[in-house]
Design a protein around this ligand. Structure first.
Ligand code: PEP
Length: 249
């Protein structure tokens, strides 16, 4: 049985004060919720407030990105030791917005994955096809390539905590959602690639989240699909009531 993971990606939203307000309202709504793991990924400046607010609760705090080097002259970047030092436990890697706007490649995803795993963080590696690729029948090729390159020279032993998020780019922030069946089909491709890279037992225990316009209204149908091991939620995670409704689907 894979425990579901419901993760919030706040993107470039919320000041530290707004993050504090979110947790004030959200935490009582999910108090005692043990069925799923909950992770909230704020922007770097709101991470500390989030960690203080969530202390003593089951809500974990993640980052939205990292740099793969341990330190150095990389203006504007953040590395794993900095995240670990403040209590971050999870990190999103290879989000499509990083790929689309900030030059993230399959190779940098691989470097970031290795760095996160070495630091003991739980990586949430994002993969997904754009609309043109889906329409051209290339979804399987794209998912297999993104996974294969992300997993390059990563051992099953090291990768045990790794989570993959299937995020069809055409569904992110667009209000369009993959049907549970479409998501399940993509998840099976990702699991098959994980089996090729790490072996079937590893693939069987690896969690694959779905992300792309998850909302309270569609969370139940998506989460009831046995191939879907949780959700990565953008827009609908910004409001405490809406995110709590998704967590409780
Ligand atoms: C995301 O940012 O990972 C995401 C899935 O966004 P949204 O839920 O807004 O589509």
């Amino acid at each position: 049985m894979r425990k579901k993971l419901i993760a919030a990606n706040w993107k470039m939203y919320k000041t530290p004060g707004q993050a504090r307000d979110f947790f004030r309202d959200f935490l009582p709504m999910v108090d005692g919720h043990d069925r799923d793991e909950i992770v909230v990924c704020p922007n770097y400046l709101a991470i500390d407030v989030a960690i203080q607010a969530a202390k003593g609760t089951k809500v974990a705090i993640g980052a939205q990105d990292l740099h793969w080097e341990n330190e150095g002259a990389f203006t504007g970047e953040i590395c794993t030791s900095m995240l670990v030092a403040v209590g971050v436990t999870d990190v999103i890697i290879g989000h499509s917005e990083r790929r689309q706007y900030f030059g993230e490649t399959d190779d940098t995803v691989n470097l970031k994955l290795k760095s996160a795993l070495s630091a003991g963080l739980t990586p949430i590696v994002c993969v997904g096809e754009v609309l043109e690729e889906r329409e051209a029948g290339l979804t399987e090729d794209v998912l297999r390539r993104q996974c294969l390159r992300a997993f390059n020279k990563v051992s099953a032993k090291k990768a045990s905590k790794m989570v993959v998020a299937y995020e069809p780019v055409w569904a992110i922030g667009t209000g369009k959602t993959a049907t549970p069946e479409m998501a399940a089909e993509a998840h099976e491709i990702i699991r098959a690639e994980a089996a090729d890279s790490f072996g079937q037992p590893f693939a069987d225990q690896m969690r694959i989240l779905y992300g792309g316009s998850v909302k309270p209204e569609n969370a139940h149908a998506l989460m009831s699909e046995k191939e879907i091991d949780g959700a990565l939620v953008g827009g609908a995670s910004l409001d405490p009531t809406s995110f709590a409704a998704i967590v409780k689907y």
